[in-house]
Design a protein around this ligand. Structure first.
Ligand SMILES: Cc1cc2nc3c(=O)[nH]c(=O)nc-3n(C[C@H](O)[C@H](O)[C@H](O)COP(=O)(O)OP(=O)(O)OC[C@H]3O[C@@H](n4cnc5c(N)ncnc54)[C@H](O)[C@@H]3O)c2cc1C
Length: 402
């Protein structure tokens, strides 16, 4: 798949911070992780910390899947609002999923602190009603979040105007959010596990997976074999090659980043901003005082069509920003587009997929892919250790049979 195009900010900013070797010999390992994006890196980190020896392989250069295109907002509020998720999966599972995502923000912060990775900043988040029609929706969502213990405020149109400077009839202001940089965090995690004795190979495409009763053998593009007891599949949107059922709808999304500004405050607490309209637009600021706006999604994968739209989508995003903040001159510098995937209930698939013995999926489908990746890291590690994980039924492949 061609997962992105244009100039993703993370790649421009951080380039190639580390090189990794290709796999050039046959190896044995306890656990092999396919995929060196944020999902594979967080899972491998968790496995190594649990004392499990593992090897990570990736067909691309590390991080150059979806991870480098990510705008890296961290929100517990997933694409499907809590009150809607309750309708889809029931109150218990919906609340558990939301709390798991909240916990994963804390976990990612802890990891970044431990590894001294600078690219993590705590934020607040504003979810605003895109029109008067959406006020009841915001009120319902606020009630559901409050009921389940989230630290949220309901803002009136007047409060939105006085704090943010733009017109929106209502909004939910959340205390828990953050942003990071999925690409550099991936490198940081992989460097750490290499220091702990794990191995990471990139430009190593896995072409075949052979499962026997006791082990799994991978064959790479250059005929090398990796023999392991367990396999973790963290191959992002390309995981559909392994799953027979239709589990994910692919979309194209767009992002536009401004030049740096001499000022560092743009709106109330520089909170993350998103809205109720679908597809939604979102905004955030960056460490180096830039403005980022993303969204304008379209419902197809076709990368040629997707990339052709980049210019016009950037213009639309610029117009969207100017509409909200007419007094701030958004000076575009970088634009990019990428593919992302959504599932029917907004939750990713994590854990055992019964047709594949010894394999555990660590997928982060959805707009909140990174928080899901961290949830996956915990579930998959527990499964490999043979421990019960309370979150696993919420994200399990069993949902396909319901
Ligand atoms: C423009 C954009 C903005 C986004 N913004 C956000 C955001 O603000 N917040 C958020 O949480 N999420 C966001 N996402 C989603 C997030 O980026 C993804 O969920 C996340 O990067 C997925 O990481 P991953 O490791 O699962 O997949 P990837 O990064 O794609 O990694 C999977 C890896 O598997 C490798 N692979 C696949 N098949 C094989 C094989 N056969 N052999 C070897 N290797 C293989 C690939 O080469 C790839 O590197 C955004 C996505 C896009 C495109």
């Amino acid at each position: 798949m061609i997962l992105h195009a244009g100039l993703p900010y993370s790649l421009v900013r951080f380039g190639l911070p580390f090189n990794y070797p290709k796999l050039e010999k046959n190896i044995r390992t306890d656990v092999v992780v396919i995929g060196a994006g944020i999902s594979g890196a967080l899972t491998a980190y968790s496995l190594v910390n649990a004392g499990i020896s593992c090897t990570v392989v990736d067909a691309r250069t590390v991080g150059l899947g979806s991870t480098c295109a990510s705008t890296s907002l961290l929100q517990y509020e997933i694409d499907v609002p809590l009150h809607k998720l309750i309708d889809k999966v029931g109150e218990e599972h919906a609340a558990t999923a939301y709390h798991a995502c909240k916990q994963s923000i804390d976990d990612i912060e802890r990891i970044c602190k431990k590894l001294k990775l600078k690219e993590f900043e705590r934020k607040t988040s504003l979810y605003f009603a895109s029109s008067d029609k959406h006020i009841p929706f915001i009120e319902k969502e606020f009630a559901a979040r409050r009921k389940h213990g989230f630290d949220v405020e309901l803002w009136s149109g007047k409060q939105v105007k006085s704090r943010m400077g733009f017109e929106a009839p209502a909004a939910i202001y959340s205390q828990c959010a953050a942003y990071t940089d999925a690409y550099t965090v991936t490198h940081g995690l992989l460097q750490y596990i290499i220091g702990q004795g794990a191995a990471v190979y990139d430009r190593t495409n896995v072409l075949d997976i052979d499962m026997t009763a006791r082990s799994v053998t991978l064959t790479t593009h250059n005929g090398k074999k990796i023999r392991a007891k367990k396999l973790v599949i963290a191959t992002g949107y390309e995981s559909t090659q392994y799953i027979k059922q239709h589990v994910v709808d692919l979309h194209a999304t767009y992002a536009l980043l401004s030049e740096t500004y001499s000022r560092s405050t743009f709106w109330h607490e520089n909170c993350l901003i998103w809205e109720t309209k679908e597809p939604y637009r979102y905004m955030r600021t960056t460490h180096d005082n830039r403005l980022l706006i993303g969204g304008r999604d379209v419902n197809f994968y076709n990368p040629v069509k997707r990339d052709k739209l980049l210019r016009s989508k950037s213009r639309q995003l610029l117009g969207d920003f100017n509409e909200l903040f007419p007094k701030t001159d958004f000076l575009p510098e970088f634009e990019w587009t990428g593919t992302f995937g959504t599932t029917k209930d907004g939750l990713p698939y994590i854990g055992v997929y019964p047709p594949m013995k010894h394999a555990y999926f660590a997928l982060g489908f959805g707009g909140n892919g990174i928080t899901f990746s961290q949830v996956a890291a915990g579930i998959v590690t527990d499964m490999i250790l043979g421990k019960k994980n309370e979150l696993s039924p919420v994200f399990s492949f069993d949902r396909l049979n319901r």
